[in-house]
Design a protein around this ligand. Structure first.
Ligand code: WQD
Length: 322
């Protein structure tokens, strides 16, 4: 059977494409190339260039490639931008998803994997976030991901399609330098950017109720994120009634101060002390996944550590900024 990956030319999507191909699956990628790059696709994987909001393009891709499973990754993903442009985020992330689901049901797609986010939890007040921790998103971005999960589960149950919503925690790293994250929106690339320009890294607040006062997150290697999708794809193919909602995290917390220290060591930019600046509005003190459910359901656990994430991400950064 063939899997269609929407957003498969992007940072996470191209890793998922590579992992599915390595797992012996046939893959077709649908991507509008707004942030994606065809050079990221594994050899031999066809690209259909177009928008998830375009039914004609979707129908052509699904029927032309006899698609039976979809991994829907294409989405807008910047929290601040979603606050400024909520209507656009709902259109791209919710209406876009609804359009893909409608096309999927009509084309008799059997399995659907949806990229969700830890942003659905908002400011969780627990040590480890389980899938039963209440969802209280703090941004339109997080809202679109939560609404997306509801839509996916409802459509799957109504139309006999197995589904999985995978809640990514903080994704970093690269499988190879050419697959590095081209965006400068998250901690790791933002620190690379500062260091490369000879500036001190910024730490957004050191007065949080955490051991060193800086925010704690659960960083997961993008290759592990990709292998979780392969495991989910296998499970959804075997169990046509499955409707899963799972965290993709390591279960280990790393503070911003610790992460900045590792980045400085790995990049060799150890001279400049980080600048502690004001808190960034809306940042929760601690967001760390419980990885128990995904371990039980898919037999998956994170295989790569934080140092590997930073080392591989740095190789990618250097390739793009010689
Ligand atoms: C991590 C920590 C910052 C830059 C967001 C989304 C989440 C998911 C991942 C998509 C925070 C601090 C950062 C810097 C810093 N995205 N920081 N200095 O906010 O945990 O999660 O991206 O699904 O949904 O909300 O990630 O990488 O932006 O920040 O101190 O220069 O690093 O304040 O505590 P975040 P992040």
């Amino acid at each position: 059977m063939t899997w269609m990956i929407t957003g498969g030319a992007g940072y996470i999507g191209s890793h998922v494409a590579a992992a599915l191909v390595a797992g012996g699956h046939r893959v077709v990628v649908l991507d509008d190339l707004s942030t994606g790059d065809p050079a990221r696709l594994p050899a031999g994987v066809p690209l259909v260039r177009g928008s998830i909001l375009d039914r004609a393009v979707l129908d052509r891709a699904l029927r032309g490639h006899e698609v039976r499973g979809i991994v829907h990754i294409a989405a807008k993903k910047q929290v601040g931008e979603s606050v400024a442009r909520p209507l656009w985020y709902y259109r791209e992330n919710v209406e876009g998803l609804r359009t893909v689901l409608e096309a999927a049901v009509e084309a008799r797609v059997r399995s659907f994997v949806f990229s969700s986010s830890a942003a659905v939890y908002g400011m969780p007040d627990v040590d480890l976030v389980t899938e039963r921790t209440p969802c209280e998103p703090m941004s339109p971005y997080g809202e679109t991901k939560l609404a997306g999960e509801w839509l996916v589960a409802a459509a799957g149950r109504a139309h006999g399609m197995s589904t999985a919503s995978l809640r990514y925690f903080n994704v970093a790293g690269a499988a190879s330098p050419g697959l590095g994250d081209p965006g400068v929106f998250n901690l790791v690339p933002m620190v690379f950017d500062r260091l490369s320009r000879g500036l001190p890294p910024l730490v957004f607040g050191d007065d949080y109720p955490t051991p060193d006062g800086t925010c704690v997150r659960d960083y997961v290697h993008v290759e592990d994120v990709a292998s979780a999708h392969v495991a989910a794809a296998r499970r959804l193919t075997e169990d046509g009634d499955a409707h899963l909602v799972l965290n993709i995290g390591s279960g280990e917390g790393v503070s911003v101060a610790e992460m900045v220290g590792i980045i400085q060591e790995v990049s060799g930019h150890t001279g400049t002390a980080p600048d502690v600046v004001a808190r960034r509005p809306g940042d929760p003190a601690r967001v760390v996944a419980s990885a128990e459910s995904i371990g039980k359901e898919l037999g998956w656990s994170a295989a790569h550590g934080v140092r590997e994430m930073v080392t591989s991400a740095w190789a990618g950064w250097q390739l793009r900024h010689p």
